[in-house]
Design a protein around this ligand. Structure first.
Ligand code: ATP
Ligand code: MG
Length: 486
């Protein structure tokens, strides 16, 4: 015991002389071994663990933050796990809010930073679930009975409070199940996560098939982490994915959307999407994305859009999810836009009809939130207007609130080979130029000089509000099949 204490004070790894098997006692890794840079740790997270520990509770930084710290990467956020219940946590902090119903957690706020504090939970096995089922409140009772307890006082919901060891076992991957104690600078590891970090491998805790069935989102998570961290996936963890991939269909759309956002905004979106394809997981995510990716032009466009996004994210620049989804679905819009024009529709209404068709097909599976679909429509809607450079339209477009996003999107289209590069360059010059330069660019823009022939408008019921919004605009001179005529 004394030897252990001295080892810890010296920061030595005392795991080797641990008398207990790892399943019962964690491997405790000292600072000298794990080498975590204290400079990467949020002071607020340490404040939270200190306060909880001083009040007599166990408290650790946990999950992805520990994983990232062990990899020498600054974590994007910090989670804390504790033996204190949410109410006990809340009493200790001035700005703390209990959130969630199914999984209660506490958000402790310090300025802009939120530290998420969760109570150690235990995995509920099937037998326990049935027992709990008998106690579970009916719908409508949920709000009043947030805490349903058994005889021993454990909280019974979908989860029960548990020990640190139980908490570790219900986490998904070994590298996500480590606990860091800032006071002793030690990492507590129950599932050989430290070895897997060093071997750079994603490994499921427990039986992978059972764990994917419990929560199919774990299939997306393993792909995201493997692509983001450049880890391999342990063969046993990978093997069941192909057969279980259809279970993704049972995941509620809102949760799927959240997971898609995490994937697209993790700074490694393009490798993630490629990996989803390798694992056969892309089918259920964005319906028809597989179709897009199978066309060379579509794939090139998505690859460009996602790599640009990844570069921006890694440079700490903001990205717009609306822009990303607009890019992912653009080639479907394009295909339908062309089809509507072939059937005689004017370019602008044709574009709006195509946009509506594509969005209708997506929203059922993936609950793309309204604020994002509004952005997507703006960005797509600007495309036909950016292609024509006549009259005062380019000046008006400069004032459009989404002009920048629409222009960036146009540049992607040029870069992918869909439109001639001159069109993007024209806009770049137009933006940079003074008034005289802009007038001269307009004068030399052949789109202004040679408007295309009007096509005959077919008869059709006018029931799409969006399509009529821009229908009064002059007809674009751009022939879709040949790109811009500049
Ligand atoms: P990120 O860098 O994306 O935040 P993370 O590992 O922190 O990665 P979170 O979604 O923030 O991921 O979850 C925090 C921790 O909660 C995880 O590290 C893992 O231990 C646990 N966890 C999250 N989702 C699941 C899940 N679906 N099943 C089991 N454990 C999970
Ligand atoms: Mg996290």
């Amino acid at each position: 015991m004394i030897k252990k204490l001295i080892n810890r004070l010296l920061g030595k790894d005392d795991s080797d002389d641990s008398p207990e098997p790892l399943a019962t006692q964690p491997n405790v890794i000292g600072q000298a071994t794990h080498g975590i840079d204290p400079g990467l740790i949020s002071r607020n997270a340490v404040r939270v663990t200190d306060t909880l520990q001083q009040a007599g509770y166990q408290a650790f930084i946990v999950g992805g933050a520990v994983r990232d710290l062990l990899l020498g990467v600054a974590p994007k956020d910090f989670d804390v796990a504790t033996s204190a219940t949410p109410e006990q946590v809340q009493r200790l902090f001035r700005r703390a809010r209990i959130i969630g119903r199914r999984f209660q957690i506490v958000h402790v706020q310090f300025g802009n930073e939120i530290i998420e504090v969760s109570t150690f939970r235990a995995q509920v096995d099937a037998q326990d679930s049935e027992k709990i089922g008998a106690h579970r409140p009916k719908r409508g009772e949920l709000d009043r009975k947030t805490h349903v307890t058994d005889q021993s006082g454990r909280v019974l919901r979908d989860n029960v409070w548990g020990t640190q060891k139980e908490d570790a076992a219900r986490r998904d991957f070994t590298v996500n199940a480590m606990y860091y104690d800032p006071a002793t600078q030690t990492v507590h590891d129950y599932h050989h996560g430290w070895e897997d970090i060093r071997a750079r491998v994603m490994r499921m805790i427990g039986d992978p098939t059972t764990r994917y069935r419990e929560d199919p989102v774990r299939m997306l998570r393993v792909v995201r982490f493997a692509a983001k961290l450049e880890f391999s996936i342990d063969p046993a963890t990978r093997a069941p994915i192909e057969a279980l991939a259809p279970l993704i269909d049972n995941v509620p759309a809102a949760r799927l959307f959240d997971e898609m956002l995490k994937l697209l905004l993790c700074g490694h979106a393009w490798p993630c999407v490629q990996r989803l394809r390798t694992e056969g997981l892309h089918h259920g995510l964005l319906p028809l994305l597989d179709v897009v990716l199978e066309q060379p032009m579509g794939e090139k466009f998505v690859a460009l859009a996602l790599t640009n996004t990844d570069t921006r994210i890694r440079a700490g620049k903001p990205v717009s999810p609306g822009f990303l989804f607009a890019a992912l679905l653009w080639h479907l819009v394009l295909e339908k836009w062309r089809a509507y024009q072939t059937s005689g529709e004017y370019p602008i209404p044709a574009l709006h009809l195509a946009m509506n068709d594509v969005l209708d097909a997506q929203t059922e599976k993936l609950a793309i939130q309204r604020r994002f679909t509004a952005d997507m429509k703006d960005i797509w809607g600007l495309q036909s207007r950016l292609e024509k450079r006549v009259g005062r339209t380019p000046f008006r477009l400069l004032e459009h609130p989404r002009f920048r996003a629409g222009y960036d999107f146009l540049l992607l289209r040029c870069e992918s080979g869909e439109l001639p590069p001159e069109l993007g360059q024209w806009w770049t010059d137009f933006i940079a130029g003074d008034n005289a330069a802009r007038e001269s660019l307009l004068a030399h823009s052949s789109t202004g000089a040679a408007p295309a022939k009007r096509r005959r408008r077919p008869r059709r019921p006018r029931n799409k509000g969006d399509a009529s919004e821009n229908a009064a605009e002059p007809v674009s001179s751009v022939q879709r099949d040949t790109g811009s005529s500049s």
